[in-house]
Write a protein that binds this ligand. Sequence first.
Ligand code: AMP
Ligand code: FE
Ligand code: FE
Ligand code: ZN
Length: 291
Amino acid sequence: MGFKANSGIDLHIHSTASDGTFSPSQILALALEKGLGAISITDHDTVDGNRQALCHGIPTGLNFLTGVEISACPPPILKGLSSIHILGYGIDIENYTLKQTLTDLQKSRKNRNPKIISRLNSLGIDISLKTIKMEAGDCQLGRPHIAKALVKRGIVKSMDEAFDKLLGKGKPAYVEKFRISYKQAIRLILDAGGLPVLAHPILLGLKDQNHFEQFLVSLLQFGLKGIEVYYPEHSPECMSFYAKLAKQYNLLMTGGTDFHGSIKPEIQMGSGAGNFFVPYELFEKIVAACN
Ligand code: AMP
Ligand code: FE
Ligand code: FE
Ligand code: ZN
């Protein structure tokens, strides 16, 4: 694998199997075109995109790591947050319990959509699930698609505003959905032979470094194996802090852009908003830990 030493990797990518706009085969082609050394498709609560990528065939010269991003119920220290995202790498995508649980989670997202729409309707917003589905195409419909539709209709100016004013936790059109706990998510990934990793720690909103460290330590006892150190929204200081903790607690470091295609157009695969880069050596260490 040494010949890949200079190439970057992207271990956080969403496909059309969740709320990304690129199909798994388009993702493989784009990764190859960009000269990435390795990628992982980490869809929200589904491994269907992984299955499609593997069936399509992984191009020579590109390494592929199976992945998933589970939206789990956070611990009490994160009150105010609707979910904590746990990435799972190197999972057996045919693991029975994993498949069953992910199906339940997808159902709960699906069942929530009409409830969100009726809340929006009762707020006087004229929008229907049918048209949103048509606009979104064949994907796992969720709040990002509803947010996009609200922007398109001029009801809000941006996706962020849609979440901040209407769809986010505690906002008028927010609807709870069934989630497994963060402990169960970690266990599920371990039992499917994978490595559980804390996704985009900055988004947890734990500003105090001691609080963050305490929180991270609390996840270790349940089997957390890594932390997403490289993420487009992490400042250099932030990355050094997470890298320091990774070293201190013997955690793997991972990284990726959270590429979603045109639903998050400012983020490009592999390079984020411009000069983002995740070194290939991280991938080698993750693969070694999977075996
Ligand atoms: P859902 O899976 O339906 O609960 O929607 C949550 C997803 O919406 C997250 O995983 C993100 O992909 C996306 N999301 C959350 N907040 C925002 C935001 N402020 N702007 C754009 N997308 C967001
Ligand atoms: Fe997403
Ligand atoms: Fe996430
Ligand atoms: Zn993601």
